[in-house]
Design a protein around this ligand. Structure first.
Ligand code: 9Z3
Length: 320
């Protein structure tokens, strides 16, 4: 059997990005999750979600963050599960989470009340109030079904280092199920970092005057993921721009460079209602109409529907 290729990024990852202590344990968990579901005839999607944090000091007071609420990843996880997938949800700690995301705007204490008929001054039993009850009961039911069937494996990251090492571990864990694995890389990942060897240990002092930062380019992890770590998988990256005029060109360039299956291109301000799914041969605009918005349709439902069909075609072509 051919030896797996060692890319130069492997070396860089080991040297310049602190390895999380639990990475091997998490990798085993992900591999067991993937084979359990693949044997049951399910496809498995690895979703990344939320923004990475890049520390500026090793005893970190300050850091550089990438914007992402995690809503795209969290809502997509629900639609993938509804489409029959098992989901590994690699997400930023405290970013939006499948199912609970629906209640983020509710203050927990406003959703609760003392049971009617309680004695004044006596706290009694606490129940969910009638305004949120119907909605919460529906979501709780679905959440419990998903938990029972073990369809969702949540893994957390905080820093860019954790994200990179855990994504590599995930790719290696999922390589065992070949083309049944999909990577849906929606996390907003920093392009810049300070290597461990160049990072000051202590808090940067403002008494030293204005701060000048020099940051290195983060290695392009998509390259070894597609070529070396999970070469048979179906891989989707996301492209985020604020200038719409360069978006599609950047998406096409990413496809040419990394040779993966699709890029979901979006502009920050319009990302909830408009994306373009770009593949080497096609370009599909997904748009929510006013009517869709009124009916609370989410664009992630359309994205997931588009990509699950493409994944099925991809699997058929691999087998043929
Ligand atoms: C995205 O483009 C996601 O769609 C969003 C979702 C982060 C905009 P929210 O979490 O937003 O629902 O608030 N993610 C990818 C962003 C990214 O960092 N892409 C890199 C790039 O554009 C390439 S991997 O260069």
């Amino acid at each position: 059997m051919a030896e797996p290729r060692i890319s130069s990024i492997d070396g860089k990852l080991a040297e310049e990005f602190a390895v999380p202590s639990h990475v091997e344990e998490v990798k085993e968990k992900m591999a067991a999750f993937a084979s359990f579901h693949a044997e049951a005839g399910r496809k498995v999607v690895l979703i990344t979600s939320g923004g990475t944090k890049v520390p500026l000091e090793s005893r970190t007071v300050r850091f550089l963050d990438n914007f992402s609420s995690g809503r795209r990843g969290a809502s997509s996880a629900e639609y993938f599960i509804d489409s029959g997938y098992a989901v590994i949800f690699l997400h930023r700690h405290r970013s939006l989470y499948p199912y609970t995301r629906m209640f983020l705007t509710i203050n927990m204490l406003d959703a609760l009340e003392f049971q009617a008929g309680g004695v004044p001054g006596n706290t009694g039993e606490v129940v969910v109030n009638q305004q949120v009850l119907p909605n919460i009961a529906k979501v709780l039911k679905r959440y419990e079904e998903v938990k029972e069937s073990r369809l969702l494996l949540p893994i957390e990251f905080n820093t860019l280092s954790e994200y990179l090492h855990l994504l590599k571990a995930a790719a290696q864990a999922l390589s065992t199920i070949g083309s049944k694995a999909m990577f849906y890389l929606a996390a907003a990942v920093s392009d810049f970092y300070i290597p461990a060897s160049e990072m000051p240990e202590h808090k940067i002092q403002s008494s030293n005057g204005p701060l000048q930062l020099s940051m290195k380019m983060v290695p392009k992890i998509l390259s070894p993921l597609v070529k070396d770590w999970a070469p048979q998988a179906f891989v989707i990256s996301f492209k985020l721009e604020t200038d719409a005029s360069i978006l599609l060109d950047k998406a096409r360039r990413a496809l040419d460079t990394y040779r993966h299956q699709a890029v979901v291109a979006n502009v920050l301000d319009s990302r909830r209602g408009y994306v373009v799914v770009v593949t080497p041969e096609t370009q599909a605009e997904l748009i929510l109409t006013e009517e869709d918005v009124k009916n609370e349709v989410e664009i992630e439902e359309r994205i997931v529907s588009n990509l699950t069909s493409a994944h099925d075609n991809f699997i058929t072509q691999q087998v043929a």
